[in-house]
Ligand binder design. Sequence first.
Ligand code: 9WN
Length: 413
Amino acid sequence: MTMTDLDATAREILRGNDRGGYTIPTAGLYPFQWNWDSAFAAWGFSTFDPDRAWTELETLFSAQWDTGMVPHIVFHKEDDGYFPGPSVWGPGTTPASSGISQPPVAAILARKIHDSVGGTERLRALYPRMLAWHRWWRDWRCPEGVACVTHPWESGRDNCPDWDPGMANVDGSQVGTYTRRDTGHVDASMRPGKEDYDRYIAMVQFGRACGWDQKTILEDGPFLMADPAITFILIRANRDLAAIAETLGEDPTEPLAMAAEIEAALPSIWNDELQAYCARDARTGEFASAISSGAALGLLAGVENAAMEEKLAAMWDRVRYGIPSNDPAADSFDPRRYWRGPTWPVVNALIAIGLTSAGRSAEERRLRKETAELIRSGGFFEYFDPLDATPCGGDRFTWTAAIWLAWANREDA
Ligand code: 9WN
């Protein structure tokens, strides 16, 4: 296929996954609106339909809770093809939604979209909503400065070894019976295992039982881990929100202060043994045992550290295609099992934004070329084996198509 054909296919995928104001990540496996997927979808749409790009973000933020939280899944319509669906989460919101959030990339991408296609009034309407969401992160997810997640799904990097220390202390033995739907859509060997799922559901049951009361979840919930990826994303998102504020004639002081507070707390997730920023169990203090792609997002936040960069470069050189989600040198590395090794175009695109900001254009170009090669050879899949480029997970994936249009196939991205 030529590049032009691939561009057309990518646009078709976005249009095909459009369910009216929002896109689903892929038909079958993920039939609802997911939070960070939608922000990337908006970026993709902005390359050929700016109006539709803003609509995507507006629909996402229309599901924002009064607390400022923007849920990780919005269940606009019934669909029994996914588990756990709205009746399992049960927060009683309209529209129905899950009870946790996802990586706050919206401000980062809204700024990029505005810079390339304009839409100042649409951005102005979103600004207070994005600010409220960032405040929610500060108030309910940054108990000691850096950003924590209360469920691996909140990180967007579900079964990454980053979460192994916290997962080990979650009791999944009492969740009762349930039927997974994901393994009916894709090969079970590419998905999280049964023990992981039991624990995921136990965490959902805890949240539901306390009526999604954030104080209870933060203080007594079964899982609380500092996430380097969301920490870096939130620093960057706050700075981008401050830049947006300036564009709109608003006061940038608060988002800048939020970014500075998180940055000041970064030493708490520095793992001396790994010589990298790293996930850490906020209950026990235990660090994850391997460097992950979370650390590679440091550049997004302007965090450069020579020792860590050396480790990251070695991790990248151990594979052929893109940044792996887990270090191939680690025992936990599994090149096709979801977030335990595969490379994800969406994460590569975020890392590339960081590389560009740091002026590291040769590395950015290498990452872009490797990611484009995966898509060109394998199609618009959810993720890929970083050693041999085997496409994995769902096909005709919204954010992979969006990344192709907005970054991987662009010289000027
Ligand atoms: C749970 C939709 C989402 C992504 C996540 C990815 C996966 C869901 C799942 O799919 O998570 O939220 O059921 O596996 O890990 O990053 O947003 O594409």
